[in-house]
Design a protein around this ligand. Structure first.
Ligand SMILES: [Zn+2]
Ligand SMILES: [Zn+2]
Length: 154
């Protein structure tokens, strides 16, 4: 456990699983890809990427005791973790890039229901927008793939 102040903290619905991150995300975006849609049963998901050294589980040890995981057969280097008790997906680990993906809706909220640390967490783009299930009328850029690495759609 790092003796620094985390920039963001979150956890599952029942709070049996929790995490903290100690850096700004290297990517924060609304992802409209078909994998995210099908793996979360949501039309889009707010995803953030962090280097593995900046991410730590904070629930009681051994951490694995509360975690189920699923290795995507299409991307075997990606392991998705979910809470054994409430079933909520929390994060995935990419062993190729040694990064965690964390889903923004799991971040801690204040009493008004707003995400604590939103300025750190907030998305900068819509990615994989070509496979969107709904149109989004906001000011963020819309990209066919990753932000600034693919065709811009809007
Ligand atoms: Zn839970
Ligand atoms: Zn995605």
């Amino acid at each position: 456990m790092m003796d620094r102040v985390p920039l963001l903290q979150g956890g599952c619905f029942c709070r049996a699983v929790s995490y903290a991150v100690y850096s700004h995300p290297s990517l924060s975006a609304y992802c409209h890809c078909t994998n995210c849609q099908r793996l979360t049963s949501c039309p889009l998901i707010h995803t953030m990427h962090f280097d593995a050294v900046a991410f730590t589980w904070t629930h009681s040890e051994p951490h694995e005791y509360q975690l189920d995981f699923y290795d995507n057969p299409l991307k075997s280097y990606k392991r998705r973790f979910r809470c054994k008790t409430c079933g909520v997906g929390i994060a995935s680990y990419n062993s190729q890039t040694q990064r965690f993906s964390v889903w923004g809706a799991t971040l801690d909220r204040n009493q008004e229901g707003k995400i604590v640390g939103w300025d750190v967490a907030k998305p900068t783009a819509h990615i994989f927008y070509g496979t969107r299930l709904l149109d989004v009328n906001d000011n963020l850029g819309k990209w066919e793939g990753y932000e600034s690495k693919s065709e811009r759609l809007g």
